[in-house]
Unconditional design. Structure first.
Length: 558
C-alpha cells in the first residue's frame, strides 16, 4: 500500500523501515489486529486488517489476532467466529497466535494492584454522572474526586472487595491518579476497572469487575511483545494514556501509531450505528448486502481482491478524509470485469415466438465465457423457437434514438440470429404480452452474409431452458452523502436501496453456479447466487451495475 503512483512509501512503512534499519526491537516486527467481538467488521476494519497483517507479512514479521473482549454486555462468540471468517476471506492467517483480552484478566488485575501500591490508582465512589461533573470541559479543568486521597491499604482492600463481589454494579470504580487539570481529558483520572455482573462468553461468571479498554489494550500489546500498535486516528488523544500505563508499570513498551480511518459516502462506518440499523430491522442482518460489512460485501459477490485494490488506491494517511463510494464501485467493477464468466439473464421478460423456427428443434450455440480472459473458454447455450428478451428492448412506438426491436424492425440476438418483429400479442388492456418474429437462418452466429446492418444487439434466454429466479437489485443504503450530518441518520435510509424482481429468466448455466461466485449478466450488471431461495426459485443478488448509474434521489435535485 503506497501513497502515490511512483511507489513511495506511506508514513507507516517509513517508520517501520526506519525502525528495522536502526535495529529497534532487534529489527523485529510484530503487529496485531484487535477487534471487539460486539458486531461484524466492515470495510473500515479491512483497512486495519490489511495494514496489520500486510505490513507484518511484507517485512517478515508476525501478526496476532486478538479479541478485545473486555465488555461482556454486547460481546458474543458468534461475532468471534464471523470475524475470523472475514479475516481468512481477505487472505490472512494468524497461525497459532489467536488471543483474547480475557486471557490476561488475572495479569491485568495484578498490574492494577501494583498501580495502587505505587499510589497512582485509587478506588472512587462517585457515580458515573458525578464523574462527568467532576471531569470538567475542554476549556475548564476538572476537580479532584473526594476519594482521591485514600490510603494505599484502603484502596487495596476496597479493590479486592470489588473483585470479591461485595459492592453493587456501578457503585465504585478503580481510577488512575494522573492530573485532573490536564488539557487532555483522557488523562483526567480515567477509570481502570468497573463493577459489572455480566456473564462473559469465555470466563463465565468468574469475574464481576472488568478492565476498561484504554487500560487493557496497552497491557495486551505489552504482554504479547507487540512492536508496532497501529490504530485509527481517534486514538491519537489516547496515546498519552497508553504510554502512561506502560511507563508506570515499567513493562515492555510498544509504539502506538495512528492512521486515518476510512470514511465512505452514502454509508456509516460506526459499528454502534450499524448495530442500531440491524436491531431496528432496517436491514436483514449484519450480512445484508447493503451493509458495508465484509460479510455483506461477500454475500453481494464482492471479491477480496477488489477490496484490497480499493484500499491500496486510497493508501494510508494521517488525517481523516471521506472517500467517494463510486471509487469502491469502480474497483469492484474493474476486478469483476476481468474475472467473471458472462451469463445471459432477462430481468423483465417479454416472450418472443419465432414463427419460422421449427417447434421441436433445439440447437446449441457457442458463447465466449469472458472476452477479457481467453483461458476462460466457451460454453454451449441452447436456442429454441420461444425465447425471452428484456421488455425495454422493445418499443411499439419508438422514440427517435431507440436502436432496438420495433414493429417491422430487425435486431441481432447476441451470438444467435437476426430476428424481425412481424406481429404483436396484447391483452384486453392493450398491453403487449408477446412478440411474433421471424429469423434469418443465414445469420447464425450473429453475422449477416449480405452485410446488412441492424439497429442493435440484444440478449435473450431460451424459454424452454430458462432458470426462473428472484433477482434483488441493491443500491446505496443511504440517500445522502453524509448520513451523520443529520440528527436522525436512520431517517436518511434510501427507500430504493432494495428492489425485488420475481420471474426473472436466466440461461441454464445459472443452475450450476456456486453460491457467492459473481457472474456478469450481459448488459445488466454483476450478480451472484445467494444462499437463500424464494418459493423454490434461486435468489441472485446484484453486486454492482455495469456502469455508475447512481442518480440523486431527492426530487428537488432531479
Amino acid at each position: 500500500m503506497t501513497n502515490d503512483e511512483n511507489g513511495s512509501l506511506d508514513f507507516i512503512r517509513e517508520i517501520v523501515e526506519r525502525d528495522i534499519k536502526e535495529g529497534k526491537h532487534g529489527g523485529r516486527i510484530h503487529t496485531r489486529f484487535p477487534p471487539e467481538p460486539n458486531g461484524c467488521i466492515h470495510i473500515g476494519h479491512a483497512k486495519a486488517i490489511c495494514t496489520d497483517f500486510g505490513i507484518a507479512e511484507e517485512y517478515g514479521g508476525l501478526c496476532n489476532l486478538r479479541f478485545d473482549d473486555t465488555n461482556p454486555v454486547k460481546e458474543d462468540v458468534e461475532f468471534v467466529e464471523a470475524i475470523k471468517e472475514d479475516i481468512r476471506w481477505l487472505g490472512y492467517d494468524w497461525g497459532n497466535r489467536l488471543y483474547f483480552a480475557s486471557d490476561y484478566f488475572e495479569q491485568m488485575y495484578l498490574y492494577a494492584e501494583e498501580l495502587i501500591r505505587k499510589g497512582v490508582a485509587y478506588v472512587c465512589d462517585l457515580s458515573a454522572e458525578e464523574v462527568r461533573q467532576y471531569r470538567g470541559t475542554l476549556t475548564e479543568p476538572g476537580r479532584n474526586s473526594p476519594y482521591r486521597e485514600r490510603s494505599v491499604d484502603e484502596n487495596l482492600d476496597l479493590f479486592r472487595r470489588m473483585k470479591a463481589g461485595e459492592f453493587p454494579d456501578g457503585s465504585r470504580t478503580l481510577r488512575a491518579r494522573i492530573d485532573m487539570s490536564s488539557p487532555n481529558i483522557n488523562m483526567r483520572d480515567p477509570a481502570i476497572y468497573r463493577i459489572l455482573r455480566k456473564s462473559h462468553h469465555r470466563t463465565g461468571d468468574e469475574w464481576c469487575i472488568y478492565p476498561m479498554y484504554d487500560y487493557a489494550h496497552c497491557l495486551e500489546d505489552s504482554i504479547e511483545g507487540i512492536t508496532h500498535s497501529f490504530c485509527s486516528i481517534e486514538f491519537e488523544d489516547h496515546r498519552p494514556l497508553y504510554d502512561w500505563f506502560l511507563d508506570q508499570l515499567g513493562i515492555f513498551h510498544p509504539q502506538q501509531i495512528e492512521f486515518a480511518r476510512l470514511n465512505l459516502t452514502y454509508t456509516v462506518m460506526s459499528k454502534r450505528k450499524l448495530a442500531m440499523i440491524v436491531e431496528k430491522g432496517v436491514v436483514s442482518g449484519w450480512d445484508d448486502p447493503r451493509m458495508p460489512t465484509l460479510s455483506g460485501l461477500r454475500r453481494r459477490g464482492v471479491t477480496p481482491e477488489a477490496v484490497k485494490d480499493f484500499l491500496g488506491r486510497i493508501g494510508l494517511a494521517k488525517r481523516d478524509s471521506t472517500v467517494d463510494m463510486a471509487l469502491l464501485e469502480y474497483c469492484i467493477r474493474d476486478d469483476l470485469n476481468r474475472r467473471c464468466m458472462r451469463l445471459m439473464g432477462v430481468l423483465d421478460p417479454l416472450k418472443v415466438t419465432i414463427e419460422n423456427y421449427p417447434e421441436d428443434r433445439t440447437e446449441t450455440l457457442e458463447f465466449t465465457n469472458n472476452p477479457e480472459d481467453e483461458s476462460a473458454g466457451t460454453r454451449s447455450v441452447p436456442f429454441s423457437r420461444e425465447i425471452y428478451i428484456e421488455r425495454d428492448d422493445f418499443q411499439e412506438e419508438p422514440h427517435r434514438k431507440f436502436k432496438r426491436l420495433v414493429p417491422g424492425g430487425e435486431v441481432r440476438l447476441r451470438y444467435a440470429y437476426y430476428i424481425r418483429c412481424v406481429g404483436l400479442e396484447k391483452d384486453e388492456d392493450g398491453t403487449v404480452t408477446g412478440l411474433v418474429c421471424t429469423y434469418d437462418p443465414a445469420t447464425r452466429g450473429g453475422d449477416s452474409p449480405d452485410g446488412r446492418k441492424v439497429s442493435g444487439t440484444i440478449h435473450w434466454v431460451s424459454a424452454r431452458h430458462a432458470v426462473n429466479a428472484r433477482v434483488i437489485l441493491y443500491d446505496r443504503l443511504f440517500s445522502v452523502e453524509n448520513p451523520l450530518s443529520v440528527d436522525d441518520f436512520i431517517g436518511t435510509i434510501n427507500d430504493d436501496s432494495l428492489e425485488i424482481l420475481d420471474g426473472c429468466m436466466l440461461e441454464p448455466a445459472a443452475a450450476d453456479m456456486e453460491v457467492g461466485v459473481p457472474v456478469q449478466c450481459e448488459r445488466k450488471g454483476y450478480f451472484c447466487k445467494d444462499p437463500g431461495t424464494a418459493g423454490g426459485r434461486t435468489v441472485w443478488n446484484r453486486t454492482v451495475a455495469l456502469r455508475d448509474t447512481w442518480k440523486k434521489i431527492l426530487r428537488n435535485e432531479d
